[in-house]
Write a protein that binds this ligand. Structure first.
Ligand code: NAD
Ligand code: UGA
Length: 466
């Protein structure tokens, strides 16, 4: 059996809440979807009449928002009203790594999630299905449950875990053609009813067999494990990239050779300057923390190595730039092509570019950044957050430009840090002419052809190829 759903509320209008709810609204025209956030500026951006000002850049997103906004999709700061009216409430707030107290630097900070639960407990007058959409440690649902069940106002809550698997840059595609949707809930009649109710939303556009139901704990844990396995593949191939550079092996050939084994599979084997993004590191640290909490030190050490390898890859890239530029980059102009953690997103959280910049700025390099989607404010905020030097020093040493051709004028080197397609279309001959000689290119994304770049005269270094 299922409940009839007329209204959905989502708390958190970020990279997950915004795209996910836009797709639900477009696929379920009979349901009213309200996305709420305490951040007024963010809600204003979601409501901006110029769709190029949406706070999240994702291919295909603005078209969906244009079609649904004001019809059955709404963005608002009226959190209580939206909670009150909805039958299903998604919690999609941020769950960053704790920066204080117990578990500092590893555990997930659940204060935003807890605030949501308390808010729901305070406002709800009718029975609700509460859905954890945020990525959470195992057994968080029980904490939410205990907050909700101790309100004493007689309202019944069912708590479901429904982690999100979309990747940024392909969020809309991933949502529309999800490999699977995971729904965890209690194995009681009312738990089953809640799971079926939520399943019915996704079955508006996904085949029934893609919607997997599990118990709550399996669902919560599977999300962390999926990210850990994905990140592990990147660290594995990055480890091999270092070995390729010392031998005459080519990491792309190795990836192809192993990826054609159907048990290994071809995806997620691109060597890079290191993975970034808001989740891989955070979720693995969380897994490490939970394992240690249970005394499973070998398990914790095993997964921690994925992060240690990623840090090594970033450091290795920066050190290679410095040593190749005759061990001194002081006063040298180094251009960054790309700042986002991957292409087709304006998100920069944990981007490798941040650490590479920091390492080069320590050596007093003069950095010029060009990224087609990331604002100067964002770039400076990322650097200032590290607190390695004063904001004034960061602005003195690093500049942000809107024109890549202006950036490369008299540059000593270019570092490619995001795999934006447009970098491949540039006239690299013109770039060569504008640069100082020898003209160095450090390709952290394996975007260009080594033969062609060397033919043009570049000193070209590509991750994973000697
Ligand atoms: P985000 O920071 O982009 O968005 C979170 C939003 O929640 C913010 O706008 C914030 O203002 C709002 N918020 C915080 N507390 C609130 C409260 N009490 N009431 C109302 N609004 C509140 O974060 P995100 O990238 O969307 O990630 C959200 C969750 O989804 C995280 O747990 C993350 O791990 C998970 N996740 C993210 C991705 C991704 O690609 N970014 C993918 C899958 C899962
Ligand atoms: C990742 C997962 O892919 C999603 O399934 C998950 O929902 C999400 O995390 C999350 O929980 O937040 P995302 O971080 O958006 O998605 O992007 P990915 O495509 O996974 O890339 C992550 C990082 O790994 C990027 O910096 C990317 O450049 C890097 N990467 C990826 C590589 O270096 N090589 C690869 O082969 C693949």
């Amino acid at each position: 059996s299922m409940k009839k759903v007329n209204k959905i509320c989502c708390i958190g209008a970020g990279y997950v809440g915004g795209p996910t709810m836009s797709v639900i609204a477009s696929q379920c025209p009979e349901i009213t979807v309200t996305v709420v956030d305490i951040n007024q500026a963010r809600i204003d951006q979601w409501n901006d009449s110029d769709l190029d000002n949406l706070p999240v850049y994702e291919p295909g997103l603005k078209e969906i928002v244009e079609k649904t906004r004001g019809k059955n999709l709404f963005f608002s700061t009226e959190v209580d009203k939206a909670i009150d009216e909805a039958e299903i409430i998604f919690i999609s707030v941020n769950t960053p790594t704790k920066t204080y107290g117990k578990g500092k630097g590893q555990a997930a900070d659940l204060k935003f999630v807890e605030l949501c639960a308390r808010n729901i407990a305070k406002v709800a007058k009718t029975d609700k299905i509460v859905v954890e959409k945020s990525t959470l440690p195992v057994r968080t649902a029980s904490a939410i449950k205990s907050i909700l069940e101790n309100t004493g106002n007689g309202v019944k809550f069912e708590i479901l875990s429904n982690p999100e698997f979309l990747a940024e840059g392909t969020a809309i595609e991933d949502l529309l053609h999800a490999d699977r949707v995971l729904i965890g809930g209690d194995e009681t009649p009312s738990g089953q009813e809640a799971k079926d109710t939520l399943s019915s939303i996704y079955e508006h556009w996904l085949p029934k067999e893609r919607v997997l139901q599990t118990n709550v704990w399996s669902s919560e844990l599977s999300k962390l494990v999926a990210n850990a396995f994905l990140a592990q593949r990147v660290s594995s191939i990055n480890a091999i990239s270092a070995l390729c550079e010392r031998t005459d092996a080519n990491v792309a050939e190795v990836s192809r050779a192993i990826g054609t084994d159907s048990r290994i599979g071809p995806k997620f084997l691109n060597a890079s300057v290191g993975f970034g993004g808001s989740c891989f590191q955070k979720d693995i640290l969380n897994l490490v923390y939970i394992s240690r909490t249970f005394g499973l030190n070998e398990v914790a050490d095993y997964w921690e190595q994925v992060i240690i390898m990623n840090d090594y890859q970033k450091r290795r890239f920066a050190e290679n730039i410095i040593s190749t530029l005759y061990n001194t980059v002081s006063g040298k102009k180094i251009v960054f092509f790309g700042w986002a953690f991957k292409k087709d997103t304006n998100d920069t959280r944990e981007s490798a570019a941040i650490n590479i910049a920091d390492a080069l700025l320590e050596e007093k390099a003069e950095i010029v950044v060009y990224d087609p989607k990331v604002s100067a404010d964002r770039i400076y905020a990322d650097l200032d957050y590290l607190d390695t030097r004063t904001p004034e020093e960061n602005r003195q040493l690093l500049t942000v430009v809107n024109d890549p051709m202006e950036a490369v004028q008299e540059a000593h080197a270019i570092a490619i840090l995001t795999e934006w397609d447009e970098f491949k279309t540039y006239s690299w001959d013109t770039i060569f002419e504008k640069m100082l000689k020898p003209a160095f290119v450090f390709d952290g994304r394996r975007l260009l052809s080594k033969e062609e770049m060397e033919e043009k005269g570049f000193q070209y270094y590509k991750i994973g190829q000697s």
